[in-house]
Design a protein around this ligand. Structure first.
Ligand code: S3P
Length: 428
């Protein structure tokens, strides 16, 4: 995590014009290191996200004997095969990263060694029972439902599991355990969550098959290393999609953004709100769709967001809430209770911070209701150490009357260390 600066002023850029390429996708970057470590051969990753979360993943794998070289956004992982990880001689530290913590539970519970995992204060508050419980049905032996977790390596067997929540982290933990489990692991998803693990594992030759909401995986003795070109993270592009839509006289081109259909809910929602988003240069790179986007100023209107679109935009909801503030009419976000167990409780955090600037917003059990289109004033904002809150509040402050400050600009390092450079670079 970056340094905490008390009350950094959020400068207003007025209008935005220019071209940016947001850093690499966080989910894909984590997976490329993890799967590269247990593959046979060398994985060259380009476009890797050099953020604090993915660095935590690299450090954990180095602690388990994997040689990893980093140079800018290029990372080389020297895989040691399915049985090549070694017991770390200290507790693994996953910092602020839920993805690292949960995926490691799945990958490590079937190894022939014991390992303990912990992270920062936010990670220690986040529920791990959602992975440890189904993993224990597979034979895993994991102490605690909150970090620190103590994993005693065990023999695993496949299970059939109906997922109670839509979560790619839970799904991936079970898939990774399934690679080491006797028999077949069959997972039924509630709603389709991001499928980067399934795509990367298939490309590496794992015995994995997806049919709608069902995923079947069998014990796998060998993964073949693949080079991975990581596309820009649509969750990072989201801040600029909203910025370009709400600021007057603005046009932002965002190059090479991941367009995996399990991640593009924000495009559907912003288009439904009346945004002007042009998608160009669509292509497929290493199994993942990518494209460029041109976002222009527009007049937004309120909308309803709920149901199976939620997992396709879960991380973008705080900045979608910002769009709703500047949209005419009411926006209702429902079925999003998962926001309560992110880096912070993002329903409570959005509602409390938005209220500070006079926004008409109500908290509900599973989301929020925003009455938009009214003028707002600046405020002293708290980010709760949450990278996506910090970036969303920076966008919100742009159209507020008067000054705003943010208590922690450093936390953007988790997913977008160069956010403020890209942001202020768009002023013209
Ligand atoms: C992620 C999955 C999502 C998302 C997180 C990254 C992943 O969490 O919020 O930022 O890489 O698998 P859930 O799977 O818990 O919804």
């Amino acid at each position: 995590m970056g340094t905490i600066n008390t009350k950094t002023k959020i400068n207003k850029i007025g209008r935005a014009k220019g071209c940016i390429a947001v850093p690499g996708d966080k989910s894909i970057s984590h997976r490329a290191v993890m799967l590269g470590a247990i593959a046979d051969g060398t994985t060259h990753i380009s476009g890797f996200l050099n953020g604090a979360d993915c660095t935590a993943t690299i450090n954990c794998f180095r602690d388990m004997g994997i040689e990893i070289e980093c140079s800018g956004d290029s990372v080389t992982v020297h895989g040691k095969g399915m049985h090549g990880l070694k017991a770390p001689d200290k507790m693994l530290y996953t910092a602020n990263s839920g993805t690292t913590t949960r995926l490691l539970c799945g990958l490590l519970c079937g190894q022939p060694f014991d390992v303990s995992i912990t992270g920062d204060a936010s990670i220690c508050r986040r529920p791990m029972g959602r992975v440890t419980k189904p993993l224990s049905q597979m034979g895993a032996d994991i102490e605690n439902e909150y970090c620190p977790l103590h994993i005693h390596g065990s023999a695993l067997h496949g299970i059939e599991y109906d997922m109670p929540v839509a979560s790619a982290q839970v799904k991936t933990a079970l898939i990774l355990a399934g690679l080491y489990a006797d028999g077949e692991t069959l997972i039924h998803e509630k709603e389709k969550s991001r499928d980067h693990t399934e795509l990367m594992l298939s490309a590496m030759g794992a015995d994995i098959h997806t049919d709608g909401l069902d995923i079947r995986v069998k014990k796998t003795e060998r993964l073949n290393a693949q080079n991975v070109k990581v596309p820009g993270d649509i969750s990072s592009a989201a801040f600029f999609m909203v910025l370009g839509s709400i600021l007057p006289d603005s046009e932002i081109t965002i190059l090479n953004t991941g367009m995996n259909p399990t991640r593009t809910g924000i495009i559907d929602v912003l288009l439904a709100m009346g945004a002007d988003i042009e998608i160009t240069n669509e292509r497929v790179s290493a199994g993942e769709k990518t494209a460029d986007m041109i976002v222009r100023s527009s007049s937004l209107k309120g909308t309803e967001i709920g149901g199976d679109i939620i997992p396709r935009l879960i991380d973008e909801l705080p900045v979608i809430a910002v769009a709703a503030v500047f949209a005419e009419g009411t926006t209702v976000i429902r079925d999003a209770a998962e926001l309560k167990v992110k880096e912070t409780n993002r329903i409570r955090a959005v509602v409390d911070e938005f209220k500070k600037c006079g926004i008409d917003i109500e908290e509900t059990d599973d989301g929020m209701i925003i009455h938009g289109g009214k003028s707002i004033h600046g405020a002293d904002f708290a980010a709760y150490g949450d990278h996506r809150m910090a970036m969303s509040l920076t966008i919100l402050a742009q159209l507020a009357e008067g000054d705003s400050t943010l208590d922690d600009v450093g936390c953007v390092d988790v997913s977008y260390p160069t956010f403020f450079d890209d942001f202020y670079g768009l002023k013209y």
